[in-house]
Design a protein around this ligand. Structure first.
Ligand code: FO1
Length: 312
């Protein structure tokens, strides 16, 4: 599954109910990743891990349930005393910090992000494979109309994505190489599912890695996508506003136009059934099915549609 954060985590939680987790590989976006205080934070990888482990903070969809904030409080005390409001705005909880300390330690030893991710999923007892699309650094950069450039987390968290975006680019994507594990997973999978993640800043950076977009186009008939846009809006996050900012239609039709080159079917929610014809016009086979995963059962049902729906 081509995966971002929360939407992918929900669908994967459905997938593991309907098929053997050992047969599932998630190829995950790494362009949200950001260095904080010398530690690499990987929000999409960690959100999926924590969600599938049943350990995610249910209120936020990221970080760990039952979190405490002692270390962050101490960091913010230093920042306040020394006039550094630019330090400490990204909330790292004490339990979550343990994950970043482990990852930072292992990366400093020379381990690949793919290896470290496998270790973290082992810690949390996950059965599926979580594969960063690349072990190289890819970083989403957003420019705003006043000419400012923001890292993804500055855009998403500090600005609360409440800004209009002029351009989105994935710094490092051109030079990045897909990992061997991700390449093999996308080659050998019976079906590739594009999760209901943000088409621009979650799916986009994965497909921007040289070789990934082409690999999907070659097997387009067995690639199926779940629209992250329902009734013209994103279920969570800035997808609709971003698409509009970039001149794309914030609808299932806009998603179909974006995904048609590398995916053959698009699952759209029942509220968008009247747009099925327009989705077909855009070059994708519409599959109408309930797409709002507000219960585990709904997630499992959508997972079944993905596994059955892909035209062979
Ligand atoms: N999202 C926020 O809105 N505020 C935060 O302080 C925050 C901290 C954070 C820490 C670790 C982590 O893995 C994710 C975190 N997120 C936070 C979510 C993060 O911005 C993700 O990039 C989004 O979920 C989009 O993928």
């Amino acid at each position: 599954m081509i995966s971002g954060g929360v939407g992918a985590a929900r669908l994967l939680a459905g997938m593991v109910q309907v098929t053997d987790p050992a047969r599932i590989a998630a190829v995950v976006n790494v362009a949200d990743d950001t260095e904080f205080h010398g530690l690499l934070v990987c929000p999409d990888l960690d959100t999926i891990t924590y969600t599938l482990a049943g350990a995610v903070n249910p209120d936020t969809g990221w970080g760990l349930a039952g979190e405490t904030w002692a270390a962050l409080g101490s960091l913010r005390r230093h920042a306040k005393a020394n006039g550094r409001a630019d330090i400490g705005w990204f909330a790292l909880g004490d339990l979550d910090l343990g994950t970043h300390l482990w990852r930072g330690h292992r990366l400093a030893e020379g381990a690949r992000l793919t290896e470290v991710t496998a270790e973290i999923t082992r810690t949390f007892g996950l059965g599926l494979r979580l594969l960063p699309v690349s072990d190289d650094a890819i970083r989403t950069k957003v420019t705003t109309h006043d000419g400012g450039t923001l890292t993804f987390q500055e855009y998403f968290v500090r600005a609360q994505h409440d800004v209009d975006v002029a351009t989105v680019r994935f710094s490092g994507a051109i030079e990045a190489r897909p990992t061997p594990e991700a390449t093999v997973a996308l080659r050998d999978a019976a079906v590739v599912v594009i999760a209901p993640s943000n088409p621009i800043v979650s799916v986009g950076p994965v497909l921007a890695v040289p070789g990934i977009g082409e690999a999907l186009s070659l097997r387009r008939e067995s690639v199926i996508a779940v629209s992250p846009i329902v009734g013209g809006a994103a279920l969570k996050g800035p997808a609709a506003r971003l698409m509009t900012n970039l001149g794309e239609e914030a609808s299932v039709v806009g998603v179909a136009r974006r995904y048609a080159p590398f995916a053959s079917a698009l699952i759209i929610d029942t509220v968008d059934a009247d747009l099925a014809g327009a989705v077909a016009q855009a070059g994708m086979t519409p599959v109408v099915a309930p797409s709002i995963m507000d219960t585990p059962e709904r997630a499992a049902e959508l997972a079944r549609v993905c596994l059955a729906g892909a035209p062979r």
